[in-house]
Design a protein around this ligand. Structure first.
Ligand SMILES: NC(=O)c1ccc[n+]([C@@H]2O[C@H](COP(=O)([O-])OP(=O)(O)OC[C@H]3O[C@@H](n4cnc5c(N)ncnc54)[C@H](OP(=O)(O)O)[C@@H]3O)[C@@H](O)[C@H]2O)c1
Length: 317
């Protein structure tokens, strides 16, 4: 349908700054981790879309924005009138704002409505934030749920996460995995490639996904299965450590309340890996990978790709 066509897309900048990943010890310290500009590059690869990036004055990442994207720079305060001006003429807003600022989105949604934007994709890429357990665990999950409830005509959401480079407790350089309790909690995973592809597909077919939470999962796994797969493929033994959630959750909450941002990531990590915080979609929800035409992936293939990315001997092409 012609009037369903999303042509002008504005994306709230996704960072190229990966320095903090090293501090977190995620699997791929060279280039995995956050969503970075993967969503942006994917949107730019779709000829139908005319993509604009909204970035803050203080942004250090402006130099890395491809020249095929237009750029609008606004003051860091994200004033409502500036947002409305930036959103005028756009068909869709894709927000990928940093985790600890997701609550800013109430303003972004109001601006999108005022500017006549038809679709708004919130900064999600998470577990199902609508359960009391998830909201109680992490302020970020709670903020994301509140944003969903803000209400927006014709809005839709995507709820995936990526498997190897976000939060599964892996530290490749020291070959250590830190289990959340016994490491046997099941969680759904979506690779970065498929996350970006899902975004494009949803924007290309907005009528089929409007006002819905879109669950995707390339496969479900556990931390234990993940490390056993790495060991089987590489022949190397990894050290197993574990955190007790009974002790870690109250300690992390206290540190978070004292202003320690990284404690917030610790809570998010537990949410993803414990298995009881609505991050395992297959048993409860409709997974939409097939309908969206996403690439088929399996754990072994993804682990091999990750080993190649970190330059593990025998896996580089
Ligand atoms: N499921 C997963 O595995 C997973 C993994 C990572 C992220 N996520 C989710 O994906 C979304 C994007 O996360 P991300 O890690 O890609 O974000 P990020 O790299 O930390 O930040 C994204 C952008 O937010 C903008 N921003 C606005 N206000 C900011 C502030 N006060 N401090 C820092 N940046 C600010 C910055 O853009 P400018 O500087 O250009 O203005 C920045 O580049 C979040 O909802 C996050 O929770 C999910």
């Amino acid at each position: 349908m012609e009037n369903d066509l999303m042509k002008n897309i504005i994306i709230i900048r996704v960072s190229e700054d990966l320095s903090y990943l090293t501090k977190l010890g995620w699997f791929n310290e060279q280039g995995g981790g956050s969503l970075r500009s993967i969503l942006l590059r994917s949107l730019l690869s779709e000829p139908t879309f005319k993509v604009t990036v909204l970035t803050r004055e203080s942004s250090k990442a402006r130099g890395s924005i491809p020249s095929t994207a237009s750029v609008i720079t606004i003051a860091d305060s994200y004033l409502l009138e500036n947002l409305i001006k930036a959103f005028k003429g756009q068909d869709a807003v894709v927000n990928a704002i940093t985790s600890f600022s997701v609550a800013e989105q109430h303003k972004f949604i109001d601006a999108a409505i005022a500017a006549g934007v038809r679709h708004y994709v919130p900064s999600e890429y998470a577990l199902d934030n609508n359960t009391p357990e998830a909201q109680e665990l992490s302020p970020v999950f709670k903020d994301k749920a509140t944003v969903q409830q803000h209400g927006y005509t014709d809005s839709w959401l995507i709820v995936p996460r990526s498997p190897r480079n976000s939060f599964p407790g892996l530290h490749y350089p020291s070959r250590i995995i830190t289990f959340t309790d016994d490491g046997e909690g099941s969680f759904s995973t979506t690779t970065l490639d498929n996350t970006a592809l899902a975004l494009n597909r949803v924007l290309l077919n907005p009528s089929t996904t409007a006002n819905q939470i879109i669950f995707t999962s390339d496969f479900a796994t556990t931390q234990k299965e993940l490390v056993e797969t790495i060991e089987r493929l590489t022949g190397e033994k990894w050290e197993r450590k574990s955190i007790s959630t009974n002790e870690a959750i109250p300690a992390l909450k206290k540190r978070w309340e004292n202003g320690e941002a990284y404690a917030g990531y610790g809570l998010i990590n537990i949410g993803f890996t414990k298995g009881t915080y609505s991050g395992h979609f297959e048993p409860v929800g409709q997974v939409r990978n097939k309908e969206l035409g996403l690439l088929k992936k399996n754990l072994e293939q993804v682990v091999k790709e990750a080993l190649a990315e970190v330059g593990h001997p025998g896996f580089c092409s």
